[in-house]
Design a protein around this ligand. Structure first.
Ligand SMILES: Cc1cc2nc3c(=O)[nH]c(=O)nc-3n(C[C@H](O)[C@H](O)[C@H](O)COP(=O)(O)O)c2cc1C
Length: 306
């Protein structure tokens, strides 16, 4: 029996639950010569803003034990250039495209989503409400601003909107619930963890911005905990994200409550890992005689301590 990997995520039909994580896979089409992109469940693009952004100064990536620190600062070509270039190429791939969007203010998010929503080939929007690498505050740390962004975007979008949240909050469920109540169709849990590292040879920080966002193997248990905490409290589906390197890691997120997963740092190590993760999920389900990925989504929640 071949297990059914199909997932209907908030109305987006995914042939399997594996997505690329924003910012770790370029705009999404560049790796077409390296891996069969068609096999992916979906592509989440680099975060796009209304105007082009140069991002932060180098160095903005540093390897640390079991993970990566980054402070890219949302470098991107801006929404108009994205539509004329990368989006056209993405449209030819036959894979759902989820465009990640950020802005310096609520109206910038709304305007960017308004422009994107009129385009063919955008299956959904992922709102980056959680970038730790801008000088301004993290949007989802201000509940009323987060609500304004989601409500504003929902008025103009006409396609599913996924809110990507920061894990650095006291109560991630409260945040996810607020996103749902403002109209989000799904949540991504979670973005990177604010962190820093110092180079003891130079006595300087390893990133130009001093602090950045931590991702990779070391964050996985914390992000799995976010998914587990939120699963029972919201009705909308969850994209699990953080430290997924293997199919086993992906299944861990799914058991905790993720309907889909997004893979970032692992594809920076080797883009082929994305395909290996899809194959491994299928093999794990086969070995456990599970008919469909939906069957095991969130089942760990049946085991709850009082
Ligand atoms: C180099 C790099 C760039 C990133 N850029 C973005 C971005 O533009 N937008 C965003 O929402 N997340 C961004 N992220 C966060 C990832 O999408 C993901 O949430 C995080 O890395 C955790 O997943 P991972 O451990 O699988 O990498 C970036 C991460 C890295 C490592």
């Amino acid at each position: 029996m071949i297990p059914d990997l199909n997932v209907n995520f908030a109305g987006i039909k995914l042939k399997n639950p594996v997505l690329t994580a924003s910012g770790t896979f370029g705009y999404g089409y560049e790796l077409a010569d390296l891996i069969p992109l068609k096999r992916l469940g979906g592509i989440v693009t680099k975060t796009i803003t209304l105007e082009p952004r140069a991002g932060n100064l180098q160095p903005r990536i540093a390897e640390v034990a079991s993970g990566i620190l980054n402070s890219i600062g949302l470098q991107n070509i801006g929404v108009e250039a994205f539509i004329k270039g990368p989006l056209e190429k993405l449209n030819k791939l036959g894979v759902p495209v989820i465009v990640s969007v950020a802005g310096a203010a609520a109206d910038e998010y709304v305007e960017t989503v308004r422009i994107l929503s009129g385009q063919n080939g955008v299956s959904a929007i992922e709102l980056n409400l959680s970038c730790p690498n801008l000088k301004k505050k993290i949007v989802c740390h201000d509940l009323s601003l987060m609500r304004d962004v989601i409500r504003g975007v929902k008025k103009v979008s006409g396609i599913p909107v996924i809110a990507k949240l920061s894990p650095l909050v006291t109560d991630i469920s409260e945040l996810a619930l607020a996103a749902q109540n403002a109209g989000a169709d799904g949540v991504t849990l979670a973005n990177t963890y604010p962190a820093m590292a110092v180079d003891v040879r130079t006595f300087k920080p390893k990133l130009s911005t001093v602090k950045g966002g931590m991702s990779g193997v070391c964050v996985k248990p914390m992000s799995v905990r976010c998914v587990y905490d939120v699963y029972r409290d919201i009705k909308i589906p969850i994209v699990g994200c953080g430290g997924i390197m293997t199919g086993e890691d992906a299944v861990e997120f799914i058991l905790a409550g993720a309907a889909a997963v997004s893979v970032g740092s692992s594809s920076l190590v080797s883009p082929g890992n994305l395909i290996a993760i899809i194959d491994e999920i299928e093999n794990i389900l086969k070995s456990k005689n599970v008919k469909s990925v939906k069957e095991i989504t969130g089942i760990i929640n049946e085991i709850r301590i009082a």
